[in-house]
Design a protein around this ligand. Structure first.
Ligand code: AGP
Length: 606
């Protein structure tokens, strides 16, 4: 969602801010803006639409030379995307950028209107800017503290004051922020890529901390005003991670990075051929004693949880409940002290997943986070953490983060099955061995790309599509369907193949292609019967099945074969053609693959 960047140092601030905003685009945005201190005055430029619009406006100005400023990419929540609703907000004296939602902004707005303030925008952020102005007493930190005692909701704020032209102030609650530390230069940002080309060193800003950047130094204060010592971290990804590396899109690059991402992830969770989750704090003893296991997540991460459910139930014979995080909280779930709630999240900042975690903790359950971004809120707040090691994922459509989440669920399943005596140590070693072969088989699956491109060309003009499958194939096809719709804008649904005949099959005509996933031998015949049902109603069928499957002629219009011997690992391998079909369909339709309309990479509002 919204992205914040701020810079103070010797370089051309405007250039650094625009460069940082470029790197934040992947979070999703609909407008952008910057405010810099020039000749002791705050100059603001902002524009709706693509960052290029802002760059053009900046190019027309000759009063933006500066060494201190803040920038923002906005993903509209309160008020439509427009120039006036874009950030920064404020006046010639105090200007801010904001990520998050101020829940009591209406109340504050009424209060300020009575004091004579006139509002230009429909945003919640403008109320914070004006409240800062109202309380300003010449002391920025005191003023900021006063304001944050009045606002409710989530915020990461970057603030500049005309009277303090060489200082940036920042504060956060429930919205991410990091401080980059270079040589005689400092940054604030929503995430590290915004300043990665300048420095890899950074501080994590914790909840309710106030940050003051000046004279090349970053100072941190707790809510009582006491200075805090912080640990400096070094980002372990290299500068090129935020570049496309010769690929046309980040999504395609990330699809190709999956063998490495899975290797890195499972490598950190295996010791001597067996699962080793000790780093996470999840001991065998704990794992064996939970009454119930819940998996709670959103979107793709939730789909990974669904595959996890099938795996755990199949091998470890422990029942697992999977919940969409935004529903979990409101269904008053029956959870308690002896339960495990697994939160899955690439970003570790998803507001719904965070809220679910807070509820689980309140109810006394143990929380285990499966998270990709090191030091993210969910990773920090959960009782236990297993990190996936996909590296930075830029494309809004999640690919490598999904398959590494699956890899973690495999390891978790093997560990649990071992603990519950459902498999022997030797069997477990055998499973782990097979999992270790998956990255190489993925490399072979990547060679299906020409076929996937062809399939995409046949789908490009359709308006609706069905994905069907049974068991693990059904769980996986949900992700295939989401991938397609989020980037191609073609409506699609995923259905349990056997459920079609209970209503949905009435939609099937020659206008409705069906992608059928049938990789599980024990369910193959049943799924094929459902394929025949849709085929005989005119649907064009794309079948994704095993290399050794015997498929009668005319059952499918097109077949993509999945490599590998064991059915258990098919979801992680079949994900590849599903991702590629979605990718190429989006490319052929001329869409913005990496930043699809209306979407944000990290959804930090509920
Ligand atoms: C994935 O392609 C989506 N863009 C989206 O569903 C995403 O998986 C979801 O918002 C959860 O994000 P998280 O993993 O960062 O929590």
């Amino acid at each position: 969602m919204c992205g914040i960047v701020g810079y103070i140092g010797k370089k051309d601030c405007t250039e650094v801010l625009l460069g940082g905003l470029e790197k934040l685009k992947y979070r999703g945005y609909d407008s952008a803006g910057i405010a810099v201190v020039n000749n002791k005055e705050i100059k603001t430029v902002k524009s709706m639409g693509k960052l290029e619009n802002l760059v053009e406006l900046v190019g027309q100005r000759n009063d933006l030379e500066s060494h201190c400023g803040i920038g923002h990419t906005r993903w509209a929540t309160h008020g439509e995307p427009s120039d006036v609703n874009s950030h920064p907000h404020g006046n010639a004296r105090i200007t801010i950028v904001h990520n998050g939602i101020i829940e009591n902004y209406q109340k504050i707005k009424k209060f300020l209107e009575k004091k004579g303030y006139v509002f230009e925008s429909q945003t919640d952020t403008e109320t914070v800017a004006k409240l800062l102005d109202y309380y300003y007493n010449g002391d920025p930190t005191e003023t900021i503290r006063k304001v944050i005692s009045k606002i409710e909701g989530s915020y990461a704020l970057g603030i500049i004051f005309k009277d303090f032209p060489d200082t940036i102030y920042a504060v956060r609650k429930d919205s991410p922020m990091v401080v980059g530390v270079g040589k005689q230069e400092l940054f604030i940002a929503s995430d590290i890529p915004a300043f990665l080309e300048h420095t890899k060193n950074y501080y994590l800003v914790e909840e309710d901390e106030l940050v003051v950047l000046k004279d090349g130094k970053a100072e941190f204060y707790d809510p009582y005003g006491f200075a805090i010592e912080k640990q400096l971290h070094t980002a372990d990804f290299d500068i090129n991670v935020a570049e496309k590396g010769g690929y046309e899109h980040f999504m395609l690059k990330e699809i190709h990075e999956q063998p490495k991402a899975i290797n890195d992830t499972i490598g950190s969770l295996i010791n001597d051929g067996l699962p080793d989750l000790s780093e996470s704090g999840l001991t065998k003893e704990k794992l064996g004693n939970y009454n119930n296991i819940f998996v709670v997540a959103c979107g793709t991460a939730m789909h990974a949880g669904l595959v996890g459910k099938y795996l755990i139930e199949k091998l470890a014979r422990v029942s697992v409940t999977v919940d969409v995080a935004s529903e979990f909280k409101y269904r008053d779930p029956i959870i308690g002290e002896n339960d495990l709630v697994i939160l899955v999240s690439q970003s570790g900042e998803t507001a719904d997943t965070k809220a679910a975690m807070h509820l689980a903790k309140e109810k006394g359950a143990d929380t285990l986070a499966i998270v990709n971004v090191v030091g993210s809120s969910i990773a920090r707040e959960a009782d236990m953490v297993i990190y996936t090691r996909a590296g930075l994922e830029i494309s809004v459509a999640s690919t490598k983060a999904y398959t590494v989440q699956l890899a973690v669920f495999y390891i978790l399943t093997f560990e649990l099955a071992l603990v519950k005596n459902k498999i022997t140590e030797n069997q477990c070693r055998e499973y782990i061995h097979k999992l270790q072969q998956v990255p190489d088989i993925i490399k072979e699956m990547l060679e299906t790309k020409d076929k996937c491109q062809f399939v995409a060309s046949t789908l490009q003009n359709c308006t609706d599509l069905l994905y069907i499958g049974r068991g693990l194939d059904y769980a996986l096809s949900m992700e295939g369907s989401l991938k397609l719709k989020e980037i191609s804008y073609i409506h699609s649904e995923s259905y349990a193949a056997g459920e079609l005949k209970h209503g949905t099959i009435s939609l099937v005509t020659e206008e409705m292609p069906v992608i059928a996933v049938a990789t599980q031998k024990d369910l193959f015949a049943k799924t094929i019967s459902n394929v025949v049902e849709v085929k005989s109603r005119g649907a064009k069928v794309i079948l994704i099945t095993n290399e050794d499957a015997v498929v009668s002629p005319n059952v499918a219009d097109y077949i993509i074969y999945v490599k590998g011997e064991s059915d258990l690992f098919k979801p992680i391998l079949t994900a590849i053609p599903l991702q590629l079909i979605a990718y190429y369909t989006s490319v052929i339709r001329g869409n913005d693959v990496d930043t699809p309309r209306n979407l944000a990479k990290s959804v930090t509002v509920e």
